[in-house]
Design a protein around this ligand. Structure first.
Ligand code: SAH
Length: 390
């Protein structure tokens, strides 16, 4: 048994109830997996057999992206932590059992540094003060760390000394970014960004490919399980050298780039977030691929226009956000009629809805369903589905 498994008893998190982030902490890990398997089976059994969920070997400290909100209490003490699930109340957390330990250490260190630099925390009611959030991303395979300081104002007194002190404590930090968010909003990151140190991004490696990640780009938060997830997606795609692959909702291009490395003939990616598209273009270059192109735009609109073209893709990979895909996307998919569709989903409810649309409106049928546990201790479950025409 690994060290962390010995140290952690189920439900041992002191803020388990208050925080609400880990809904399944009261269950053993085996029970959690059974719970998730049952959930997927219940929602998807009418489409086909559900393979047993692939669990995580050591289901702790897996998050490579950690976010903390900051506030000062009435006694003047500074706290950092997470929002209580479904509320705007902050629960103080110093070390979370599912977050990267180094990221948590960095957040605590920043909190302790604030008073000596005379930096305050931002108050959302008065809209005064300085630090709102800290976001830390770490490349688990490169050990590169990015710190994003989200501030209510652009003015950052003694910023150079602050960054220097932070880097002295944590030499793994290769870039520090100030993100300015003066708005009344639930979003953590604002629009304006200033790179205070380094290049403004980190890199990580997955499935033998290298990826650049910017503050605002989506990147899977559990790299160990992501390799398994992407491995399944590539296996399901059954790539041939002549295949043209569409990677929709592509983020920084991970799935498409791995597909290109695994022998796809041509790859085209589409993604709404401009920063992620920029990263994807760089990532294709960094992996020495010239058979891959990326477009910024809505995946549904993009699908509609590609469905009108003569040369149609052979394989469509889709990895939409929790809300699932759109009818515009799915109806265009049917029109495009690729031989294979691989649907990667982080929400089995919207997955079931979209599969049902395809069943009712096309001759696509589900061939394989593989759940993967990307988010141990939480209620979330990821699923990869292979579809082809009857
Ligand atoms: N496949 C990537 C990203 C998956 S997350 C990976 O594995 O890392 C879903 C992505 O869809 C996010 O990057 C998000 O910015 C993007 N997205 C959300 N809505 C979209 C839309 N309507 N059209 C295209 N991309 C969208």
């Amino acid at each position: 048994m690994s060290q962390s498994k010995q140290n952690i008893k189920n439900g041992s998190c002191p803020v388990y109830k208050k925080c609400g982030g880990c809904q399944l902490q009261n269950l053993t890990y085996e029970e959690q997996l059974r719970f998730k398997q049952n959930k997927v089976v219940k929602l998807l059994k009418s489409f086909g057999r559900v393979e047993p969920i692939i669990g995580m070997e050591n289901p702790y400290y897996y998050r490579n992206k950690v976010q903390a909100a900051f506030f000062t209490d009435r006694k003047g003490k500074i706290h950092s932590g997470v929002y209580q699930s479904g509320t705007h109340r902050i629960v103080s957390v110093d070390d979370c059992q599912i977050e990267d330990r180094l990221a948590d250490e960095i957040i605590v260190a920043i909190r302790k540094m604030l008073p000596s630099f005379r930096l305050t925390t931002y108050n959302e009611d008065t809209r005064k003060g300085f630090l709102r959030h800290v976001l830390v991303k770490r490349g688990f395979s490169t050990n590169q760390v990015m710190v994003v300081l989200v501030t209510g104002t652009p003015i950052f007194p003694s910023k150079n000394n602050f960054v220097k002190a932070l880097r002295e404590k944590f030499p793994q930090i290769i870039t520090v970014v100030q993100n300015i968010n003066p708005f009344k909003t639930n979003l953590v990151l604002g629009d304006r960004q200033i790179v205070l140190y380094g290049k403004g991004y980190i890199e990580d490696e997955l499935c033998s490919c290298r990826f650049r990640i910017s503050p605002k780009s989506f990147y899977q938060i559990n790299p160990a399980q992501t390799e398994i997830l992407y491995g399944k997606a590539i296996e399901f795609a059954g790539l041939k050298g002549s295949d043209t692959v569409l990677d929709t909702y592509c983020g920084v291009g991970t799935i498409g780039i791995i597909a290109a490395k695994h022998g796809a003939g041509q790859v085209v990616g589409v993604e709404l977030n401009g920063d992620a598209v920029r990263d994807a273009i760089q990532n294709a270059k960094a992996n020495q691929l010239n058979n891959i192109r990326f477009f910024k735009g809505d995946a549904g609109e993009f699908m509609e226009s590609v469905a009108e073209e003569d040369k149609k893709p052979d394989i469509v990979m889709m990895d939409p956000p929790r809300a699932g895909s759109s009818e515009q996307f799915l109806s265009s998919l049917i029109k495009m009629s690729p031989k294979t569709v691989v649907y990667v989903s982080c929400n089995p409810e919207t997955l079931a809805r979209d599969l049902d649309y395809l069943r009712k409106n096309s001759d696509y049928r589900v061939k394989k369903i593989q759940p993967v546990d990307m988010f141990p201790h939480t209620q979330h479950v990821e699923t990869v589905v292979l579809l082809s025409r009857k």
